[in-house]
Design a binder for this molecule. Structure first.
Ligand SMILES: Nc1ncnc2c1ncn2[C@@H]1O[C@H](COP(=O)(O)OP(=O)(O)OP(=O)(O)O)[C@@H](O)[C@H]1O
Length: 277
């Protein structure tokens, strides 16, 4: 059986004011994979994720989603809306409308399927509302459904953003530094939720600053430096020695001292299951 290529990036280059942010980047994420993008600040992680879902248009190269080209040689494909509907995007700063309720945020996030006028006038069908509430239950914040989003903690807001991806029916979730603004406990819950969704078949690509978190939750990582792929392989090969070779003294930004030994995703999932029983 051939595994579908959820994301294929070929020879992608993008510059801002003459400075290369992505330099001939290539990667494949197979359906059901969970992949980390690592790199020091300015290495191109956000730019790459934004190009994969078409928020940005590259200068050269191609991005394909399940074999359908989303952008190619500086042009969007005419079916970009349909192709993008398969991709959910999670931002570091949650991107919620804080004066709306949690459930409204989940519903208006589903813009590719709901017409703009309906979403502006907040007219949602019963089945859309049921679906949104089910997604909130899935991410563990059903009780907060009718609270204003502004009343939620950062971790809860991030889970609303994930619920939005679920309602959208996303087959791929791109998460740009999803835990950078969270306390360690909220970060753990968000990462575990992403792992669970990945176990259910959703392809997940996440950019992260801390190598410890990558070691903990991922099997494969891609390391970027100055917009170039410097490593693509098993996380356990991305040790401190390799990181120092890639980043030199900038490695300090990626490795947080005093956080103990790396724990693998399997160890953590066993630990979580034991805790909840
Ligand atoms: N909209 C923009 N306008 C001009 N330059 C940009 C823009 N977005 C990114 N860049 C530049 O492109 C390069 C890559 O930035 P990018 O944000 O993708 O890196 P990053 O690895 O995500 O960094 P961080 O972890 O700090 O978010 C940087 O040099 C950055 O200054």
């Amino acid at each position: 059986m051939t595994i579908a290529k959820a994301v294929k990036v070929e020879n992608l280059s993008k510059s801002f004011k003459g400075k290369l942010a992505l330099n001939k980047v290539g990667l494949i994420a197979n359906e059901g994979e969970m992949l980390a993008l690592v790199g020091a600040s300015g290495s191109g992680k956000s730019t790459l994720l934004r190009n994969i879902n078409g928020l940005h248009l590259a200068d050269k190269g191609t991005v394909s989603i399940f074999d359908a080209p989303l952008q190619s040689q500086g042009k969007y494909h005419s079916h970009i809306r349909r192709i993008r509907s398969q991709i959910g995007f999670i931002f570091q700063q949650f991107n919620l409308v804080t004066r709306l309720t949690v459930v409204e945020n989940v519903l208006i996030g589903n813009l590719s399927q709901i017409s703009l006028s309906r979403s502006l006038f907040r007219q949602f069908s019963k089945s859309e509302k049921t679906q949104a509430l089910a997604a909130l239950q899935r991410v563990g914040i059903l009780e907060q459904a009718y609270q204003r989003a502004s009343t939620l903690s950062g971790g809860q807001q991030q889970r609303v953003a994930i619920a939005r991806c679920l309602v959208q029916g996303a087959k791929i979730i791109l998460a740009d530094e999803p835990i950078a603004s969270l306390d360690p406990e909220s970060a753990r819950k968000v990462m575990e939720l992403l792992c669970e969704l990945n176990d259910e078949g959703i392809t997940v690509i996440t950019s992260l600053h801390q190598v410890q978190m990558v070691q903990r939750y991922f099997k494969r990582a891609i390391a970027l430096r100055d917009g170039k792929v410097m490593f693509d392989g098993a996380v356990n090969e991305l040790n401190e020695q390799k990181l120092t070779k890639i980043y030199g003294s900038a490695v300090e930004e990626l490795v947080v001292r005093g956080h103990g030994d790396f724990t693998t995703r399997e160890d953590l999932l066993v630990k979580t299951k034991t805790e909840t029983h």
